[in-house]
Write a protein of this length. Structure first.
Length: 125
């Protein structure tokens, strides 16, 4: 992976191996969240060497649901998508469960594509 020089001078906290991924999913009609945001944004920082989610944030109608969703993701491995989806399906019983699962699946797809692209770059470099 290519790295920028002097990252500390820019005030970056993240290590060179951390990558930010974002995903959006349509919110269900009739919820407060859809009236405010229209779509849910889900953003995670992933240690690209391990797949571990370092941090997560999302846009939902209450801070509690945002914190709960982020806590479900932090420390989990984005490569283990089935396990992650199963846990969300069990412990998140809010109206936006399907939206969160769709966004997590999209993040996983972006993560897998990123890894493939990096492998191709390293093979051509």
């Amino acid at each position: 992976m290519r790295h920028r020089k002097d990252k500390r001078k820019c005030g970056w906290i993240a290590l060179a191996n951390n990558v930010l991924f974002s995903s959006y999913a349509k919110l269900p009609a009739g919820t407060v969240s859809v009236e405010v945001f229209h779509v849910m944004a889900l953003v995670v920082v992933v240690d690209i060497n391990t797949g571990k989610i370092i941090d997560a944030e999302c846009t939902l109608s209450t801070r509690l649901s945002e914190r709960f969703t982020a806590s479900l993701l932090r420390g989990r491995n984005l490569a283990d998508i089935q396990e992650l989806v199963q846990e969300i399906a069990v412990v998140y019983q809010g109206n936006t469960k399907k939206t969160i699962i769709a966004a997590v699946r999209s993040l996983h797809d972006k993560y897998v594509k990123f890894l493939r692209d990096q492998e191709k770059q390293e093979g051509n470099g």
